[in-house]
Design a protein around this ligand. Structure first.
Ligand SMILES: [Zn+2]
Length: 374
């Protein structure tokens, strides 16, 4: 990954490059990234830049042996720590580590804008508890105590440090505090508020802001060959997340729209067995799918509210979706739409905190039904 492959975030890229040029690289850096934002790509691009044997003024060369190894995440001096299930016996750790590392390399190269739910469903870990374990922390301590292979920097990229088990945190804090020379820790967090204060206080913090709609749109057009209309639509739905933009592209949102429309009709009719069917479908879908479904519902309701408030020019929907939004805004009161909006947001919050999808979705359906019929 090179800086040039990541859209936007120019100031952040420049300050990282400047830290190298001025010989002021903080040994522990924390990228406080928006969901679906550039946290992991920035960490990988910075590691590539630091190891590049033929650095340019702004970026790594992309050609030298180190850049090529970094493109496949196989450089021996860069280590990746990410949440995974813990090994049942400590003797199984090496095996588990080797297995997940293979998957990690493909995942991080192909889907660097993903989040933990994507990683969980990528590996089929839905029924497992993933974390950065005590074994991981031992492994980190072992790794930093060894010499680097190529004599340059040794870099540890820690993805989702908020998933660190408390027993792992102590060991990691120790190495953050007393790093061997030329060792650099790049922590990539997506839930800054959940991070231990002791970790925050030992790192230099960089905010990786959500991508602007315009940046996402241009990226989709220029790098992914998406047409203007689609790129505009997807960038607006993506809410600053490239991960979400890719998801939207993969799952033509026609299906999401049909499903939302049917759901609302069932709620309006107070059709309880229909709600149960919908709840079953919801429970069967993966976590990222559940979240995207609700996010999509939020954008439709938001548009219905805007359309009702006579702000039609802000609503960028065509065809059946546009018709539906007008109709929906026509019969549901503004108060009902706002309450539905608030309840869907709250349900998303509950799901991130691991509430039962079945209870959350069924409750949400009952609430929507009440608001629509009031
Ligand atoms: Zn290079």
């Amino acid at each position: 990954m090179q800086f040039a492959e990541i859209p936007g975030l120019d100031e952040l890229k420049q300050s990282l490059v400047a830290s190298y040029k001025n010989n002021h690289i903080a040994h522990a850096q924390l990228f406080n990234s928006a969901m679906g934002g550039g946290g992991l790509p920035i960490a990988m691009a910075f590691a590539t830049y630091l190891l590049c044997q033929n650095k340019g003024d702004q970026d790594s060369c992309g050609q030298c042996a180190n850049c090529q190894k970094m493109a496949k995440l196989i450089h021996p001096d860069v280590h990746y720590i990410y949440p995974k299930p813990s090994a049942s016996k400590s003797s199984d750790y090496e095996k588990l580590q080797a297995e997940t590392l293979k998957k990690w390399r493909t995942f991080a190269v192909e889907k660097p804008y993903s989040d933990i739910d994507d990683w969980i469903s990528y590996n089929g870990y839905e029924n497992k508890n993933v974390l950065i374990s005590r074994e991981d922390s031992r492994n980190i301590i072992r790794t930093v105590s060894m010499k680097s292979f190529e004599g340059d920097f040794k870099i540890l990229i820690i993805w989702y440090p908020e998933f660190m088990h408390p027993a792992a945190a102590n060991g990691i804090l120790k190495v953050l505090e007393e790093p061997p020379t030329q060792t650099i820790y790049l922590l990539v967090s997506y839930a800054y508020d959940n991070l231990l204060a002791t970790i925050k206080s030992r790192t230099q913090i960089f905010n990786v802001t959500p991508f602007k709609d315009e940046i996402i749109k241009n990226y989709l057009i220029e790098k992914k060959g998406i047409d203007q209309t689609n790129a505009e639509k997807v960038s607006r739905l993506a809410n600053g997340s490239l991960g979400k933009a890719f998801y939207e592209l993969d799952h033509a949102d026609n299906m999401a729209y049909e499903s939302f429309r049917n759901w609302m009709q069932i709620c309006l009719k107070a059709d309880y067995s229909g709600m149960l069917h919908f709840t079953d479908d919801f429970v069967r879908s993966s976590k990222p799918q559940q979240r995207n479904q609700l996010e999509f519902a939020l954008t439709l309701i938001r548009d219905a509210i805007l359309s009702k408030a006579d702000n039609d020019q802000l609503v960028n929907r065509e065809g059946a979706e546009g018709e539906f939004i007008k109709k929906f805004g026509g019969f549901a009161s503004l108060a009902a739409l706002e309450k539905i909006y608030t309840n869907i947001s709250a349900a998303m919050g509950h799901l991130t905190r691991n509430a039962s999808p079945r209870i959350t979705f069924m409750n949400l359906s009952l609430q929507c039904s009440k608001f629509l019929r009031s």
